[in-house]
Design a protein around this ligand. Structure first.
Ligand SMILES: C[S@@+](CC[C@H](N)C(=O)[O-])C[C@H]1O[C@@H](n2cnc3c(N)ncnc32)[C@H](O)[C@@H]1O
Length: 269
């Protein structure tokens, strides 16, 4: 089920999934604008079967299932993520490595919200997803632009760096949230994998949450959550880093500028 190549990612996401599941309501709130983008795409025309890749706790899968008459399937490599998705239901969920899994049917729309940047071999993964798409079917995913264009992300990494002084700098070509930040590279990968009509458009949205949920968000997701997990006194970590995020707080609301790409492509007829 998990290819040798992606087993480290499976392990990583399985550990991270606990936090995502704990905080899934606030994550859903923060990332809602990108769910809306994918739901809007799904409702543009009738769909029969939709696949959500790296579906995590299943918010987008459920959102599309509710908005369309399509049969919706979420695929994710991490058991902890899928457990949360299955608990909420609303769609079918498969635990598998999307890079290598042989899907037993084809989908006329393949979507992903931030779930396609973690493959060992991205071209092989998109080739595999093309096999799972009907001729003329569509791909639509949302992916982060650079960390510099996403100041909340950069603030988290910078604040957490003091707790991981020996960590190597992130490899821009390795699995990670900004892996598909370069649109030329993304286009090359998709075309090499066999997709056509590749279109890559900037997608800028302001993500929000109530201020009183900010610490829940930070302590369950991303680099601050990791620093807290490894600390003897997690509360101390939060006290030390929380003020770095003050610039995102506007009264009782947190506003996070999200700089992404919306990537679409077609399966050849
Ligand atoms: C940033 S999370 C996004 C989750 C979800 N799409 C959302 O927006 O809430 C990335 C997801 O991709 C999944 N993932 C990573 N590598 C994968 C692979 N090879 N096959 C399937 N899922 C994978 C992770 O387990 C994780 O749930």
């Amino acid at each position: 089920m998990t290819s040798e190549a992606n087993s480290a990612q499976a392990e990583w996401w399985n550990a991270a999934g606990e936090g995502w599941a704990n905080a899934q309501d606030v994550v859903g709130l923060v990332l809602q604008p990108f769910q809306d983008t994918l739901v809007a795409r799904a409702t543009q025309r009738p769909r029969t079967r939709v696949l959500d890749v790296g579906c995590g706790t299943g918010a987008v899968t459920r959102g599309i299932a509710e908005a369309t008459n399509a049969e919706c399937t979420g695929v994710d490599i991490a058991e902890s993520m899928l457990k949360a998705a299955v608990q909420r239901g609303g769609a079918e969920y498969i635990r598998a490595d999307a890079q290598v899994h042989t899907f037993d049917r084809q989908f006329d729309l393949v979507v992903s919200r931030f779930g396609v940047m973690f493959f060992d071999d991205t071209t092989a993964a998109f080739r595999n997803l093309l096999k799972a798409t009907t001729p003329g079917g569509e791909l639509c995913f949302v992916t982060w632009r650079t960390s510099d264009e996403n100041p909340f992300m950069a603030t988290g990494s910078k604040a957490a760096a003091r707790y991981f002084p020996d960590a190597p700098p992130p490899d821009p070509d390795g699995p990670g949230p900004n892996r598909l930040a370069d649109p030329d590279k993304t286009r090359r990968i998709l075309e090499e994998a066999g997709w056509t009509n590749v279109a890559i458009e900037p997608l800028d949205r302001t993500c929000t949450m109530p201020e009183n949920l900010l610490t829940t968000y930070l302590s369950n997701l991303g680099p601050i959550a990791r620093a807290m997990k490894e600390a003897e006194d997690p509360g101390k970590v939060m006290k030390e880093v929380r003020s770095a995020f003050d610039g995102f707080v506007h009264g009782d609301e947190v506003r996070i500028p999200g700089a992404c790409w919306q990537v679409t492509a077609s399966a050849p007829l």
